[in-house]
Design a protein around this ligand. Structure first.
Ligand SMILES: [Fe+2]
Length: 165
């Protein structure tokens, strides 16, 4: 693939993860407000702060390629939004559903950053590789933290329904 095409592909990957991060910010904000499991809400708040930084780091990489805010906005309404929207539109009505949504979303992000890292490596963009690595580590930590809360959140949901065994 010619170098120009490779760079175009890299910009597409960056646009997609940018859209994903925008969705993540909305979800984490809603989740932190509505989760009645305190540990889950706290995990959401911590990852929200990280996610805001992810959005900024990816914006910077896009700006390095001359991507304008309007093209970011256009893209957010297209393909990438569809993929993340499938996860985001689940409309959680309990901490359990919020946890399931967050767990799946973190894994969607892990897959996205592993692929972004690979494409950036092939395009010879070491700065994007470094950004992808840094974010990937935080996405994996967030996924692990949420994973560790799943059983407890299920138990709390049962208690709240008055059906604790
Ligand atoms: Fe994340």
């Amino acid at each position: 693939m010619p170098a120009d095409d490779l760079q175009q592909q890299l910009v597409k990957y960056l646009e997609d993860v940018h859209s994903t991060e925008q969705n993540a910010i909305t979800q984490l904000r809603d989740g932190a407000d509505s989760a009645d499991d305190q540990e889950l809400a706290s995990a959401f708040r911590q990852h929200l702060a990280e996610t805001e930084e992810h959005e900024r780091l990816i914006s910077e990489r896009l700006e390095a390629y001359g991507a304008s805010p309007s093209s970011l906005k256009d893209n957010a309404q297209k393909g990438a939004a569809k993929l993340t929207g499938m996860v985001a539109k689940a409309a959680p009505d309990s901490s359990g559903k919020l946890a399931i949504q967050a767990y799946s979303f973190e894994h969607l992000e892990i897959a996205s950053y592993r692929m972004l890292r690979e494409v950036a490596q092939r395009a010879g963009d070491e700065q994007t590789v470094a950004v992808a690595e840094r974010i990937l580590t935080q996405e994996q930590a967030a996924a692990k933290r949420i994973s560790g809360l799943l059983e407890q959140v299920a138990e709390h949901d049962l208690e709240r329904q008055g059906v604790a065994a």
